[in-house]
Ligand binder design. Structure first.
Ligand SMILES: *Cc1c(COP(=O)(O)O)cnc(C)c1O
Length: 246
């Protein structure tokens, strides 16, 4: 059941408190954890309610769905993230509709995004965001890592992370910020802890390999974001705990 809009504000406040408490337990600062409100399947009005309650980062899974909602939200000052699998034939649209693609999983996709962003930079009116002048020329990207062996899931194999990171770093219109993962489903939230730890280790290894900082670790969802924060997450992607069930 979708949450009524007054409870979106309450839910958001409760999630914020839990983020702060988890950060405190880990000796971290709450402001070092970015909360991405995952608004896929929810109407523009729900996004507006979350924005009114202070949310400034939103995650959408599908290019087309976001395209259909964004006109109603053009006045909002926010950072729009694509968090779902991106097909290469939609890369050009995604590069102008989002500030960040958190689900980069191939070099071919990276090259397409880079080319599209270059075109958008020379035509700022096409870039994402209400105020094109404030839109950074470079598209922020995270490499999505596949943490279990299931070949059908999206994300790159962990062995391929350093080489992809190195190649993406060389693309001038992309800004590689870090890694993202959706861990394999486990019984309880604590069961995801080893996977979160693994992603942090992969990030540290990739940083050493490319000799550049990768400050973002995007991990943790409604059911496990506190564990993810304890393991170093800097971006949690929270949908149902804010907007209600899908
Ligand atoms: C839907 C989704 C989320 C949010 O999931 P909730 O369980 O609703 O918090 C986070 N990340 C990705 C990649 C998603 O697709």
């Amino acid at each position: 059941m979708p949450a009524p809009q007054n409870s979106i504000a309450e839910n958001l406040a409760a999630v914020r408190e839990r983020v702060a408490a988890a950060a405190a337990r880990a000796g971290r600062r709450a402001e070092d954890v970015t909360l991405i409100a995952v608004s896929k399947t929810f109407a523009a009005s729900a996004i507006r309610a979350a924005h009114a309650a202070g949310a400034r980062h939103f995650g959408e899974s599908r290019v087309q769905e976001w395209e259909s909602k964004r006109a109603e939200l053009a006045d909002l000052d926010a950072i729009w993230h694509l968090i779902g699998h991106l097909q290469s034939n939609k890369a050009a649209r995604a590069a102008t509709l989002f500030h960040a693609v958190d689900s980069l999983d191939s070099l071919e996709l990276a090259r397409r995004l880079d080319r599209a962003r270059a075109a958008a930079a020379s035509d700022p009116a096409r870039a994402a965001g209400a105020n094109a002048a404030e839109t950074p020329a470079r598209l922020r990207v995270l490499i999505e890592v596949r943490l279990d062996a299931a070949p059908a899931k999206s994300g790159v194999h962990e062995d391929d992370v350093p080489a992809l990171a190195e190649a993406v770093l060389a693309l001038p219109h992309l800004e590689l910020r870090g890694l993202m993962a959706v861990p394999p489903p486990v019984g309880d939230a604590a069961g995801a802890r080893p996977a979160f730890r693994r992603l942090r280790e992969l990030r540290d290894a990739a940083e050493r390999r490319i000799a550049a900082p990768l400050p973002v670790l995007s991990m943790g969802m409604s059911h496990d974001f506190e564990i993810a924060i304890e393991e170093g997450s800097s971006e949690v992607r929270v949908g149902s705990a804010i907007f209600g069930g899908r």
